[in-house]
Design a protein around this ligand. Structure first.
Ligand code: PLP
Length: 406
């Protein structure tokens, strides 16, 4: 049993839409006066919610009451954080999931059925690709991958069975940027819905809903949470379109625990402040690496040498903290030596938190792949992915400088 409560949220989002992102991040979705007169939202550790009498159960079921029923269908903290994220993204409604992958799986499982087709740009989070090619395929959904930013190929791959066009922007780890106008236009011309995984951009750097995308998805584990201390995912879009997604989430049970939701809400309040520093660090590090004699190539959309610099400059407010680069003439071991020599970024997967993280995709996410697969996905042995945190810019650059002399 899932009950629509978007009317309440709508009011909050409308009220806040003319305000700045940090004002929205701090206040949107929250009641002005709260339980216990506290300034912060309470964490209700409650798996179920009780009713005063049988009539109130019936009233609730007949949707005369906005309230919670059972934790798998929603919780008070979740309601606030969903409204906050919807307001930040400028969308009508947000549905929170237990992780970014749960959000992707939940959305695709809701929207697709046997015989349907989806098309996605091939540079993407490897687990999203895996879900489509290994799992959705078992349910008769056909996945067509076309080269990233090849709009003609995407258009040519559309058939009467195509239900969804999917892309990340920027992509991970190549940081290619989608021309949202063209992407949205292809979808509209063919009557096919569009989905952008904007995890690497955040609503600070990219306004996907304003560009006309139907669904925006984030791994909130990354920048939205921002502190490497939680997993969460979210889909933003029109309330009508998301109602079945919310229903399936209630069946899947891919919900966040109350404490996790509190951490997300707390992290979101500083989103814009943190993104300013991530953007500053990303650009400064990319510029430093570009001029370094041991670096063969840098992937960063804020560099004029990046193939999608013009698109990025036109559509993005900043370019984020993720910088990918190739160590000149290095084999996998020499590349690993550079990673092992840094002293500030920790070695690990993920991105978007206050702590910088560094990894060699070949050793980390793509270790199980064959060399042929890695070549197909554009993952050479000498590739390093650095997710700049919010440390001081000079310190990150000095650390990289010493690591690259080794
Ligand atoms: C991390 C990530 C995901 C998956 O999110 P989880 O929260 O780890 O499940 C999806 N898309 C992108 C672009 C990511 O970076």
């Amino acid at each position: 049993m899932v009950h629509s409560r978007h009317r309440d949220k709508q009011t909050v989002a409308d009220e806040d839409s003319s305000r700045g992102l940090s004002t929205i991040a701090v206040h949107a979705g929250e009641a002005r006066q709260k339980y216990g007169d506290a300034i912060t939202d309470a964490i209700f550790c409650s798996s179920t919610f009780t009713f005063t009498d049988s009539q109130s159960v019936i009233d609730f079921i007949e949707q005369k009451q906005h309230r919670e029923e059972y934790g798998r269908y929603g919780s008070p903290g979740e309601k606030f954080v969903e409204a906050k994220i919807a307001a930040l993204e400028g969308g009508q409604e947000a549905v929170l999931f237990a992780s970014g992958m749960a959000a992707i799986v939940g959305l695709l499982m809701t929207k697709l059925g046997h015989g349907d087709e989806i098309i996605f740009f091939d540079e993407c989070y490897h687990r999203s690709r895996e879900f489509c090619t290994k799992h959705l395929s078992r349910y008769g959904v056909v996945t067509r991958q076309v080269p990233t930013c090849d709009y003609a190929a995407m258009e040519a791959a559309i058939t009467p069975k195509t239900r969804l066009l999917i892309s990340e922007s920027p992509t991970n780890p190549h940081l290619s940027c989608i021309d949202m106008e063209r992407f949205v236009q292809i979808g509209r011309e063919h009557g096919v819905e569009t989905l952008i995984d904007a995890t690497l951009a955040t609503p600070c750097n990219l306004r996907s809903i304003e560009a006309g995308v139907d669904y925006v998805l984030h791994s909130a584990t990354k920048y939205l949470g921002g502190h490497n201390d939680l997993l969460a995912g979210v889909v933003i879009g029109q309330s009508d379109s998301l109602e079945p997604v919310r229903n399936l989430r209630g069946v899947m049970g891919a919900v966040s625990a109350p404490h996790n939701i509190y951490l997300l809400s707390r992290g979101l309040k500083t989103l814009e402040l943190r993104m300013d520093r991530h953007n500053k660090n990303g650009l400064a590090v990319a510029e430093f690496l570009q001029d370094h004699p041991r670096v063969e190539r840098v992937y960063y959309p804020g560099l004029s040498t990046h193939p999608y610099y013009e698109v990025a400059r036109r559509t993005m407010r900043g370019y984020g903290g993720l910088v990918t680069f190739l160590v000149k003439g290095a084999d996998w071991r020499e590349t690993a030596d550079v990673i092992d020599a840094v002293t500030i970024p920790r070695i690990g997967p993920s991105l978007g938190g206050v702590e910088s993280l560094i990894e060699q995709p070949m050793v980390m996410s793509y270790y199980g792949c064959t060399p042929q697969e890695r070549e197909q996905y554009g993952i050479p042995d000498n590739m390093i992915r650095l997710a700049c945190g919010i440390e001081n810019t000079e310190d990150l650059i000095a650390d990289l400088a010493q690591a690259l002399t080794i």
